[in-house]
Design a protein around this ligand. Structure first.
Ligand code: FES
Length: 75
């Protein structure tokens, strides 16, 4: 499904970015938009809430690993 119609890219492109380039880290809406649109700027901005929701869902899954003193390194 297309996420952005002005600079066409799909939800698959966004998910591919999460899986391939940001598997273990948080991302921003700007990063996702810039990458998936090929560097084009948003025009009507209708898609930004959808991109923001996808980014929020992704970032929620990124749990920081906090070392506990006296235990083996978790990584
Ligand atoms: S739909 Fe994405 S900028 Fe218009």
């Amino acid at each position: 499904m297309y996420v952005c119609c002005c600079n066409p890219f799909s939800d698959k492109a966004v998910k591919a970015h999460f899986d391939e380039k940001a598997k273990d880290r948080r991302v921003t809406v700007s990063e996702i938009y810039n990458t998936c649109s090929g560097g084009a700027k948003p025009q009507c901005k209708t898609c930004l809430p959808t991109v923001a929701e996808m980014v929020k869902d992704h970032n929620r899954k990124i749990i920081p690993i906090i070392p506990v003193p006296g235990t083996p390194d978790p990584v």
